[in-house]
Design a protein. Structure first.
Ligand code: 13P
Length: 252
C-alpha cells in the first residue's frame, strides 16, 4: 500500500511569525491523521523556526528548492545538506514556477534531485504540461520527457526517497482542477512509464501526487483514483483549517 502524502507548498508567502503561527494552529487539527504523511514547505528563511515548532508532531518539513552542490562559491544558493541541517525531510524540485520563471530544466531538476537524495532528503519531483501543450495533444510526450530527464540515472534504491508530483500548469492557481479522470489518466501513464524505465515494483511503490487547485471539496474525488497517492497543495495549504481538511480527506 502506498501511504498518501499531503504536502503544502507555501510558495512566496508568510513571514517567520506567520509560518510558525500557522503550524501551531495546524498541529492539533491533523494530530489524528496518522495514516497520511503531512508535509509543509515554507520559504527558506522560516524553515528552521518552523522545524522547531513542528518537533514531536506528525507534520514534516520541506524546502521549495535546493542547489546541487554541497558548498562553494555559489552566491544565493542553498545546499541539500543545509536544508537537512535546518530540519527538512523533503525538498520540492522542478516546480513549474521554477521551470517557467527561473530557467529550471530537466537536467537541473535531475542534478537537484540526485543531490537531495544523496543528502538524505526525500525529493518531490514535479512534472506537468502547459495549457498549450495539452491543447496540442502533447501532454504525454511532455510528461515522458520530464520524467525521463528528471529521473535519469536513478538507482532502484533512490526511489525510496522519490515522490513524483503531477501538476498541470493550467490548473495551478487558476481554480481549474483537472477532472478526476484527467488526473488519473496522467498518473496511470506516469506509473506505466516508471515501470518501463525502471521496473514494476518501483512503479507500484512510488507515490504520485496531484497538484493544481486542490481544495477540501475536490480532494476526495481525486484521492479515490487508483493512481493518485496524495496532493501538492498551493493556495489551500496557506490556512490551517483548509489544509487540515485536505489532510483529513478520508473523513470528508
Ligand atoms: P494551487 O493549489 O494554488 O493551484 O497551487 C498548486 C501548486 O503549485 C502546488 O505546488
Amino acid at each position: 500500500m502506498r501511504r498518501p502524502v499531503i504536502a503544502g507548498n507555501w510558495k512566496l508567502f508568510k513571514t517567520i511569525a506567520e509560518a510558525v503561527s500557522m503550524v501551531n494552529e495546524l498541529k492539533p487539527l491533523v494530530a489524528k491523521c496518522q495514516d497520511v504523511e503531512i508535509v509543509v514547505a515554507p520559504v527558506f528563511t522560516a524553515l528552521s523556526r518552523v522545524a522547531d515548532a513542528l518537533a514531536g508532531s506528525n507534520v514534516k518539513l520541506s524546502a521549495q528548492d535546493c542547489y546541487w552542490e554541497e558548498e562553494g562559491a555559489f552566491t544565493g544558493e542553498v545546499a541539500p545538506k543545509l536544508l537537512k541541517d535546518a530540519g527538512c525531510g523533503y525538498v520540492i524540485v522542478g516546480h513549474s514556477e521554477r521551470r517557467q520563471y527561473f530557467g529550471e530544466t530537466d537536467q537541473t531538476v535531475n542534478k537537484k534531485a540526485k543531490a537531495a537524495i544523496a543528502a538524505g532528503l526525500n525529493a518531490i519531483v514535479c512534472v506537468g504540461e502547459s495549457l498549450a501543450e495539452r491543447e496540442s495533444d502533447k501532454t504525454f510526450s511532455v510528461i515522458e520527457t520530464q520524467i525521463q530527464g528528471g529521473l535519469s540515472g536513478f538507482s532502484a534504491d533512490a526511489f525510496d526517497q522519490i515522490v513524483i508530483a503531477y501538476e498541470p500548469v493550467w490548473a495551478i492557481g487558476t481554480g481549474k482542477t483537472a477532472s478526476d479522470a484527467q488526473a488519473q489518466e496522467v498518473h496511470a501513464f506516469i506509473r506505466q512509464l516508471i515501470a518501463r524505465l525502471f521496473n514494476q515494483s518501483i512503479a507500484d511503490a512510488v507515490r504520485i501526487l496531484y497538484g493544481g487547485s486542490v481544495k477540501p471539496d475536490n480532494v476526495k474525488g481525486l484521492m479515490a483514483q487508483p493512481d493518485i497517492d496524495g496532493a501538492l497543495v498551493g493556495g489551500a495549504s496557506l490556512k490551517a483549517d483548509s489544509f487540515a481538511a485536505i489532510a483529513a480527506f478520508n473523513a470528508l
